[in-house]
Design a protein around this ligand. Structure first.
Ligand code: ASP
Ligand code: MG
Length: 417
């Protein structure tokens, strides 16, 4: 018998019917003899409403009170699910963050988990096979005892942390998709569901906009080696045979993946903007003069490309920022013009970043070169390139984003047969 964490997101618990559906999934695993800890999100839309109320109460408000308000969404779901489970004859009890407790630091609204005490849960598994239903997204600051929340999407992180604390064999993330795909199936009809993906690859995919899980939860899974299984909550509970391997994607240590494809997935983002600074002085301290003020303004710079100076005096420097920050980044650079010293500032917001990810790249050469050739074959111009050990990204005109993704998806053999 295994110990399992089952996490259900907002759309999976959006109303009482769906909570009943969730309860059937939980009952199935409990009946199979597993020890089960369930982690729930707030019902869909509830957290947004709570956040909005805080803002309307006062635009500038104390983060401690924000947490007191927004943590309530999960409490409602946890209580309701426990009620439904009990009604179905399943021994279950709800838990809020302070009751375990789930201890965090004091970064209210984006707190980090410091420690979780799983002892009471384990005792109840062993003594009475009781299912634990835990409110996700929340904890308490260890020194003040005040409620904290973990940042939007934080119940994924709650689930993985609890799985680590009770040494669960697996952390099942039930969501509105049935796994992690080689790319967005809405763009490439031939996208395939992956059976397995390594933590590192998932981190790249998640932070690049494959919005399946909160990035921090994957990081935590990697650190504690928690096997995370992404699966659909909309699959009818009665159609699942607990004796058969479930349908979904396992996020795990790379050693658990026998055969690595060279490329695992392709991510893309259109929320990018490009800024090019023409004829910047080529001397020490200039990069600091550019990126220092951007960092101070909390603008996240991604790709950076600097050309080698031809005359030894000036050079061109290109970088990307989230398109939402484009105007601010532009203004920040203009403000520091005196310090930087440049001729002209150019920019473009109609750009897209395509990223190719795969652990197999570590041991294969020429993977990126293949892409450059294929893209040129489609007449797609590359504006900037960055590479790392298991990923490379190209910046292109946004209008070619879909074409580029489809081209690369086929090129690396990811198309479904
Ligand atoms: N309810 C919280 C949110 O909407 C946490 C979560 O669902 O993961 O951000
Ligand atoms: Mg979520």
């Amino acid at each position: 018998m295994a110990r399992l964490v089952m996490k259900f997101g907002g759309t999976s618990v959006a109303d009482l019917d769906r909570i009943r559906n969730v309860a059937h999934h939980v009952k199935r695993e409990a009946d199979a003899g597993h020890d089960v800890a369930v982690v729930v999100s707030a019902m869909a839309g509830v957290t947004n409403q709570l956040v909005q109320w805080c803002g309307q109460a006062a635009p500038l408000h104390d983060a401690r009170e924000y947490d007191a308000v927004v943590a309530t969404g999960e409490q409602v779901t946890a209580g309701l699910l426990a009620i439904v489970l009990e009604d179905m004859g399943v021994n279950a009890r709800s838990w809020q963050g302070w009751q375990l407790p789930i201890l965090t630091d004091n970064a209210h609204a984006s707190a980090r988990i410091v420690d979780i005490n799983g002892a009471e849960l384990v005792k109840r598994f062993e003594e009475q096979k009781q299912v634990a239903v835990i409110a996700g997204f929340q904890g308490i600051y260890k020194d003040s005892g005040r409620i904290t929340t973990l940042g939007r999407g934080g119940s994924d992180t709650s689930a993985v942390a609890i799985a680590a604390a009770i040494q669960a064999e697996r952390c099942d993330i039930y969501t509105d998709v049935d796994g992690v795909y080689t790319t967005d199936p809405r763009v490439v009809a031939k996208a395939r569901r992956l059976d397995k993906i390594a933590f590192e690859e998932m981190l790249e995919l998640a932070s690049l906009g494959a919005k399946v899980m909160q990035v921090r939860s994957v990081e935590l899974g990697m650190v504690h080696n928690v096997r995370i299984f992404v699966r659909s909550s909309f699959e009818k509970p009665e159609n699942i045979d607990p004796a058969k391997p479930p349908v979904g994607t396992l996020i795990c240590d790379e050693s658990e993946i026998m055969e690595h494809q060279i490329v695992t997935g392709i991510a893309f983002s259109k929320d990018e903007a490009q800024i090019t600074i023409r004829r910047v002085q080529d001397k020490p301290g200039v990069a600091a003069a550019i990126f220092g003020p951007l960092a101070d303004a909390n603008i996240n710079v991604d790709m950076i490309v600097q050309t080698v100076s031809a005359d030894g005096k000036t050079t061109d420097l290109t970088f990307t920022v989230p398109s939402a920050d484009y105007e601010r980044a532009h203004a920040t650079i203009e403000k520091s013009r005196g310090m930087i010293g440049y001729e002209r500032l150019d920019g473009a917001t109609d750009v897209a970043k395509i990223s190719v990810i795969g652990i197999g790249m570590r041991s294969h050469v020429g993977v990126a070169a293949m892409a450059f050739k294929a893209l040129s074959g489609r007449n797609i111009n590359i504006r900037a390139i960055t590479t790392s050990e298991i990923k490379f990204s190209v910046l292109i005109d946004a209008e070619y984003a879909e074409l580029a993704v489809r081209t690369l998806h086929a090129l690396y053999g990811l198309d479904k047969a």
